[in-house]
Design a binder for this molecule. Structure first.
Ligand code: OGA
Ligand code: NI
Length: 363
């Protein structure tokens, strides 16, 4: 008897049943369950492997963006950005110019969206990845090995001045619009600094449209009764150029650095910045798109809002390849040219994959 086949069938059925509730992980928690369903339990060998890692005491760099306009400080900041981007691929920023009030409002609004009457929330639940506003639990539910303990509201827009506000859920419309402008502006500033850190003109990455295309993933990680058995987000690197992440005070984000998991301590008012796969590609490997994950937690909810800058959203014939100015005889291209639309389609088909860049873009 093919028992593995039988198990597969059960899993698929369980995934479907869960998906059809349209209530996400929050719905499971509300039903009062004490044990997490099998679809969320990581394979035994994966759990065992995790026990081998040390818990690191080091901390991701924090960069103060205040005084950015002062010439001598500007140079130092570019240098700090360069070092962090070449090593960690991650840093936190403080004094970034977005008010604590705007940050708190959007965290609060995302919490309200998730905690509203489930019948209202269900209206946004979808598996169609093409819409501008989509709510679901695990965009890759049916392709991933293990489901993750989180629900996500995804919102995409090209230009913060042209968000179609009618599409946005009532409970978070105002705060999403208010956050979208300053976060887009901060993205522009960071792409300037990153260009300089690569030894290029400040406009270089912006002129390549790297700062175009804003994709918000607003995550809600409910408290988990058995956090050691599952994850909030599996190990992955981000597919775009750059991510600006806002998190509340519940920890969970970890970076895989020097063969150990490093916790990213939430700092009130700070934002976490990380290099994505496309920036690793265009920088020809000079900048690192590092692996990270979110562990589940007895405490909750953890709320985070990732803003991915991943190039033009309406993207006919947009190609990316290693920047010519960075290529020399000693430093030949390590990645091939990608067509952005193909790259995105592959991502949504494969789901979160820790080796996405190597598998699809290696030259
Ligand atoms: C992501 C991600 C981290 C978090 O959305 O790609 O890594 O803290 N999120 O939610
Ligand atoms: Ni990520």
């Amino acid at each position: 008897m093919d028992t593995s086949g039988a198990q597969e069938y059960d899993r698929l059925q369980e995934l479907k049943t869960f998906d059809e509730t349209k209530a996400g992980v929050k719905g499971l928690v509300d039903s009062g369950l004490q044990k997490i369903p099998q679809i969320f339990v990581r394979p035994a060998e994966e759990l065992a492997k995790d026990l081998n890692y040390k818990r690191a005491q080091i901390e991701v760099p924090v960069i103060d963006l205040g005084d950015l306009e002062k010439t001598h400080r500007h140079k130092q900041i570019v240098e700090e950005v360069r070092i962090a981007s070449e090593t960690w691929g991650f840093f936190q920023v403080v004094n970034h110019g977005i008010s604590l009030n705007v940050l708190n409002e959007i965290l609060d609004a995302i919490q309200k969206f998730n905690e509203q009457d489930v019948e209202e929330k269900k209206k946004y639940y979808t598996r169609d990845n093409t819409g501008r506003v989509r709510f679901n639990s695990n965009f890759d539910l049916f392709t991933s090995r293990t489901a993750s303990w989180r629900d996500t509201l995804a919102i995409s827009f090209s230009d913060p001045d042209q968000i179609n506000s009618d599409d946005l859920p009532d409970l978070c419309r105002k705060s999403v619009i208010e956050y979208s402008k300053p976060v887009s502006n901060l993205g522009n500033i960071l792409f300037g600094l990153l260009s300089e850190a690569l030894g290029l003109e400040p406009e270089h990455l912006r002129n390549m449209d790297c700062s175009e295309g804003h994709r918000f993933s607003c995550h809600y990680y409910p408290a988990c009764p058995e956090p050691e058995l599952t994850l909030g987000t599996v190990k992955h690197s981000d597919l775009g150029f750059l991510t600006i992440l806002l998190q509340n005070q519940i920890d969970g984000l970890q970076i895989f650095f020097q063969n150990q998991w490093v916790d990213v301590q939430p700092i009130r008012g700070a934002l976490v910045i990380n290099i994505g796969d496309l920036l690793q590609l265009v920088s020809n490997g000079k900048f690192r798109s590092n692996k990270h994950r979110v562990v589940a937690n007895h405490l909750g909810p953890r709320i985070s809002i990732a803003c991915f800058f991943s190039g033009p959203i309406n993207m006919d014939k947009v190609f990316y390849s290693p920047i010519k100015e960075l290529i020399t005889e000693e430093n030949p291209p390590v990645y091939k040219e990608v067509l952005l639309s193909d790259y995105m389609t592959k991502f949504f088909t494969v789901g979160l994959d820790e080796n996405f860049l190597v598998n699809y873009c290696k030259g």
